[in-house]
Structure formats: C-alpha cells, structure tokens
Design a protein around this ligand. Structure first.
Ligand SMILES: [Zn+2]
Length: 395
C-alpha cells in the first residue's frame, strides 16, 4: 500500500465528517500496535513522530521502520512530524520520509509565528508536502503532565486564525480550545462555540492536540465542528505502562522481553477504541480511491566524464552527495560506478525525490545549480537524465 497524500486524506475526512487518529510513536511496539489497530478497523491512520520525543529514539532509524511498516499495511497511512521546532527540522523530516509536517511556533507573537510558519510552508510546498500550523497555546508536552510545562490555555481567536491562514497558506490548523497535553486534571471544558466559528471562517481541516481524557461526546462535537486529525499519545503510553507494570508483578519477570510482552496489543486496543469513536473505521477503501499516493521519484543521470581522473570523479561525487542530500525533498543521493568495463556509461547519480514537485524545485535550487554548473556539467560530457516514478503494481 502506498503512503497517501496527507492533504487528500484530511480533506476526505473533513468532507465526510470523521477524524483520523494521529498517534505519536516512540518504539516498534507503538508502530506495530497502531498499524494493527488501523488494519483491523480498516481505517486510515497517521503515524506521528514528535520532535520533543527525539531524545527517546533515533529519528532516522525509527523513520525507516515506520515507512517499511506502512508499506506492508493494507490501509492508507501518512507520516507526520509532530511539533517541528524549526525550518531545519521540517527539511530533515521531509528528507527522511515524512509526508506531512507540523510547524509549532505558537509560543511566538502572531507576526513571528506567521513569518516562521510561512518559511516552512514555502519550503514544504515545493516538496509537495502539506503543513500543519498552530495558533493559540495548548499547555504541556506530549505524554507529560501539563504541570511540568505550565502556562494558561491561550484560546485561538477567529480573526487571528483568518489572518494566520491567509498569510501563511497552511493546509491544517491546530487550534487551542481548552485541551492540554498529557493528563488532564478534572473535567476538560472545551469552547465548542469558538471552534464552530473558526471552522466557519477558515473551512480547512482542524487539528486537536491533547486528545487524551476527552469523552466520546466531546470527540463527537469536535468532529462535527471541523476537527479531522486528533493527536493522541498519553493514553497509548499509559496503556503500555500498565502492561509493563502488570508484567513486573509476576515473580518470574526479570528480563526485558518478559516485561514488554503484550505492550503492542495493549496499544492496539486503545488505538482501536479511538478509531471507532472518531468514525474512521471502515473508511480505508473509500479514502484510497480519493487520495493521490505520496510517491517518490527517482532522478537518474548516466554520464561519462572528460578532464577528470578517477580521484577527481570520486571527489566530485562526495561533494555532490553532501550538497545535494541537504536540499529539501531529496531523500537519498546514490552515486555509482559501472560494474561492467564495457558499459556505455561509466557513472551514475540516482537522486530520490520525496514527490514529483521536487523535480522542479530541485532543478532551481541555488545549491544544486551551483554544484551542477561548477562541479558537474563542465566535466560530464556525455550524459542522459530521466525522472522515474514508481510503477510497482499495488505499491
Ligand atoms: Zn501536541
């Protein structure tokens, strides 16, 4: 199953009044549990990786697992950077395979938030990747009690939201209407009237952070008022924690594998419960018919050189790998020497782009131009260059 375009995914949810779970993952058990729930419920799903969690796992390694796991499922999946802290993080996430990014500059004054968000949107749009912005303040950090990251809820104001959308061009908006990250103290009171106004004024998919602890009825009202993506982590982490704690009571429990037994299943059950509540169960097939795949493109160049000896070619390739792989939307840069001595072309580049849109933005990127004009083209006399899209059946 291909990854799908997250913009198409959330538009479908918006038009059909349901919400897709954006579950934050921190380990293989989370990935396995969440995707098993989505499969069982035939629901579209978003796998989120929060920058605030990067101390707990190796982002690059876990991304490989998320991507591979997504390809093996039968349901549409999107991969999202949650709470991206900078333009650099957003570029890095896209280059590692995220198909959506969140930019969180909501703690800044409005004009600074706008400037910061707009820079991320411009970059991401050139890569064909949608962006979630945030306005207002949802206290806390994923999975940690809000008391440890205090601050008052700052409600999203309609006029500011309109201005923020117009000035940045974001695809989805995370709103602050009374939820907090982590565990809630007492009954959460949500501003549904404010949410309805924002939805009316903006007409784009809305996002809720801090979904843990809300009632089924509150979720229903959120979805009725334009919420199509619900960020969810704390309750999954609590389910995993309870399972480990329970295993630990066992007299014979000593080792790691004994302690974590059943964790993926516990996560799966909680995610499945959410999927049922949020109305995304059974939507996979219909949604797939309406979504563009989020598919990479292979930019292939075969070439021979003039005026460079072997070590000169190797230096040029090494510089190219370094410079080109930092360009937004470039997933991978492969340089190769022909295996056969009599090959028509001695060398190749295979540059993997995150999406079709990157063909153009890469070509025009100043770092690419400079490298190509000074280090490559003057020496690559004979060459051919072609962009290929994946045509694997069913992928
Ligand atoms: Zn959040």
């Amino acid at each position: 199953m291909p990854l799908v375009h997250m913009g198409d995914m959330l538009r479908h949810a918006y038009e059909h009044r349901y919400a897709v779970g954006a579950f934050d993952v921190v380990s293989l058990d989370f990935i396995t549990g969440v995707l098993a729930a989505a499969e069982e419920k035939q629901a579209p799903v978003i796998i989120s990786l929060a920058e605030s969690h990067f101390g707990y796992f190796d982002f690059e390694l876990l991304m490989s697992a998320v991507e591979r796991a997504a390809q093996r499922t039968s349901v549409p999946v999107a991969i999202h950077l949650d709470h991206g802290e900078s333009l650099e993080s957003a570029v890095h996430a896209i280059n590692l395979g995220c198909t959506g990014v969140m930019v969180d500059a909501s703690s800044l004054p409005l004009e600074d938030n706008i400037a910061h968000t707009r820079a991320v949107v411009e970059m991401a749009r050139a890569c064909g990747i949608p962006v979630e912005g945030e306005l207002g303040y949802v206290p806390g950090v994923e999975g940690e009690d809000a008391e440890r990251h205090p601050g008052e809820v700052v409600y999203t104001a309609v006029a500011e939201a309109r201005r923020y959308l117009d000035a940045t061009g974001i695809d989805f908006l995370a709103v602050s209407i009374g939820t907090v990250h982590g565990r809630m103290k007492g009954e959460p009171r949500l501003d549904f009237a404010g949410l309805a106004e924002i939805n009316q004024a903006l007409g784009i998919p809305l996002v809720i952070h801090g979904g843990t602890g809300l009632s089924d009825d509150q979720f229903k009202k959120l979805i009725e008022n334009g919420v199509t993506k619900i960020n969810y982590y704390t309750a999954l982490a609590d389910a995993a924690g309870r399972c480990i704690h329970h295993n630990g009571q066992d007299a014979g429990a000593a080792g790691y594998t004994t302690l974590v037994r059943g964790v993926a299943e516990a996560i799966k059950q909680e995610a499945a419960r959410c999927i049922d509540t949020w109305g995304s169960a059974g939507k996979a097939e219909e949604l797939l018919a309406h979504c563009r795949p989020s598919a990479p493109v292979e930019h292939v160049i075969l070439y021979n050189t003039e005026g460079l000896d072997e070590s000169g070619v190797n230096d040029m390739m090494a510089e190219g790998r370094r410079v080109l792989s930092a360009i937004p939307g470039v997933r991978e840069v492969f340089t190769g020497h022909a295996v056969q001595d009599d090959a028509g072309y001695r060398y190749c580049w295979v540059v993997r782009f995150a999406d079709r849109s990157v063909i153009e933005s890469y070509r025009d990127h100043p770092d690419h131009r400079k490298f190509a004009d000074t280090r490559f083209r003057p020496y690559a006399g004979g060459r051919i260059s072609i962009d290929f899209e994946d045509s694997t059946p069913g992928s």
